[in-house]
Design a protein around this ligand. Sequence first.
Ligand code: UDP
Length: 249
Amino acid sequence: MENRNTVSIMDIPIDNLTMQEAIDRLRLFLRGSRVHTVYTPNAEILMAALRNSKLKSILCEADMLVADGAGVVLASKILGAPVKEKVSGIDLVRNSMSASSWGRTRYYLLGGKPGVAEAAAEKILKAYVNVEIAGCRNGYFKDSDEPGIIEDINSSDADILLVALGAPKQEEWIYRNRSRLKVKVAIGVGGTLDVLAGKVRLAPEFMRKAGLEWLYRLYKEPWRYKRMLELPRFVLLVLKMRFFRKNNK
Ligand code: UDP
């Protein structure tokens, strides 16, 4: 289980997996006896980890890091160690829910604005026959609510906890509480519950396939442009690293 095939991007070990391999790994985690942490870093998160050493060490200690987004896939190619495939958080969650060989699996949905997790749960139950929803909780709570939330998750008998608090809040939350959680897998999933609830639409399939989901997001949420500038900055930085390495060989 610990034999990971990873690609180091900015000193962070991104797992080199196809979607199917990532799903198989989740299945192994489900059979284990401890909580496994999974994050879905995109270019923005990797850039944040460059400035935030706590986030970086959280990512480095994860059990699985999937390459979420065209930027991370491109970076792996530039660095000469291409990952097999893009494995975005939303696709990982959807594929795990439809994994026919898994049997019934219980998910707890934590995060999003009030009502979002419940709306996502309703849609999930209609779409995925093998999924049970163990519980829902919105992502706007005080620190003092945390013990109660953990208790609710643990008594729900959930197998997989989806934590959608945005980055780096969700990564920090999972890290801080990992030893208290009884689930087998905790995944930081960003805006996935909004998508599953039908509140946010994903880019059309042809754009996602072409690695242009960022362009769609820029069009839909132009106010995010400042954060999205991290993507070209990330690519430039990776190019610089590659160039530097080449000239030092
Ligand atoms: N969110 C939350 N609690 C918070 C902050 C954010 O539950 O304190 C949720 C927010 O409602 C959204 C999700 O986290 O559903 C992801 O937020 P955003 O798109 O801003 O973050 P990203 O994943 O793009 O960094």
